[in-house]
Design a binder for this molecule. Structure first.
Ligand code: SAH
Length: 284
């Protein structure tokens, strides 16, 4: 998306509480970026891709909501460098002990915070997800130093980079998403931890055979955490710790009742909005 091209800006009037649903549907039909306001979503799509079919899909999305949702304007906007425009909207955030900023923002780091330079290259969403923030906060009270870390679904690599910055020895991260692999590799180099952070594209099969980890991190989602519970728990070394997120508070019971997780001791829990992060310890 670096070259300049024509985009159509579609403005949709919809209440904030329904915007996430509308946005995820918009992404499905080919929209590439959005801006949110209290009662409006401005969504952007390459003009040549905004055809009758996309338009009627958009109208059906609106009609399917239990609230008012209407297209209020559609216009072709001046060609612009989309990445640059988007990058401008990403602000540094402070999470627990960390100050996270994109590499292109030239801003000094508060003295008492640890800098993480993370370039999130997603097409939408600014700031960082609640679950990432929860994991980062939990890491702050979990890393003692020297740990071997397994980072399941590493994404931007942020959790491994943070763990190493807190003193963990090494991290191994994997992700099924090719783009995440590239992004985590770049972020690892940028934060100068690449000698201690190994990244693989793929899933559990990439983990070195028989290797156990002092700390296992998995910020994925409820279904994956349940369906791969054995693969996750079996990688935690005796006495090791497991941090789970990607969970809503309503998912907690299912996790605690799961055969594999129930064999561990729940030692801490953090919550932000409806999202939770659970910390477990394995017996020695
Ligand atoms: N750890 C990052 C990213 C979390 S998003 C953070 O905390 O911010 C979840 C990531 O898990 C996504 O990048 C997704 O591609 C990856 N993922 C989902 N299912 C997976 C699987 N079965 N194996 C490996 N990675 C997976």
């Amino acid at each position: 998306m670096t070259e300049k091209m024509n985009y159509t800006e579609v403005t949709i009037a919809v209440e904030l509480q329904y915007q996430d649903i509308v946005i995820s549907e918009l992404m499905e039909i080919g929209f590439e970026g959005v801006e949110q306001e209290e009662r409006l979503v401005r969504a952007y799509i390459t003009s040549s891709l905004y055809l009758a079919e996309q338009r009627s899909a958009l109208i059906s999305i609106c009609n399917g909501l239990p609230a008012d949702c209407q297209i209020v304007s559609e216009k072709v906007i001046e060609p612009k460098n989309w990445n640059e425009e988007w990058e401008k909207t990403i602000e540094p955030v402070t999470v627990g002990k960390f100050f996270i900023k994109p590499s292109w923002k030239d801003i000094s780091v508060p003295d008492d915070l640890i800098l993480l330079e993370i370039d999130p290259k997603m097409a939408f969403g600014t700031g960082y997800h609640e679950t990432t923030r929860l994991m980062l906060r939990m890491l702050g009270s979990t890393v003692d130093g020297g740990e071997e870390v397994l980072d399941i679904g590493t994404g931007t690599g942020v959790l491994s980079i943070a763990a190493i910055r807190l003193g963990a020895g090494h991290a191994f991260g994997f992700d099924i998403d090719e783009w995440s692999y590239d992004n985590a590799s770049e972020n690892s180099q940028r934060n100068r931890v690449s000698d201690r952070f190994k990244i693989r594209e793929g899933s559990f099969e990439t983990i070195p055979e028989n290797k156990l980890y002092d700390m296992v991190l998995a910020n994925v989602n409820r279904n994956m955490l349940l369906s791969t519970s054995y693969q996750i728990v079996s990688r935690v070394a005796p006495g090791g710790k497991l941090l789970l997120s990607g969970l809503l508070d309503v998912d907690e019971a299912a996790i605690l009742q799961n055969r594999d997780y129930s064999g561990l001791q729940l030692v801490d829990k953090l919550q932000e909005n409806e999202w939770i992060c659970l910390k477990f310890k394995k017996g020695k």
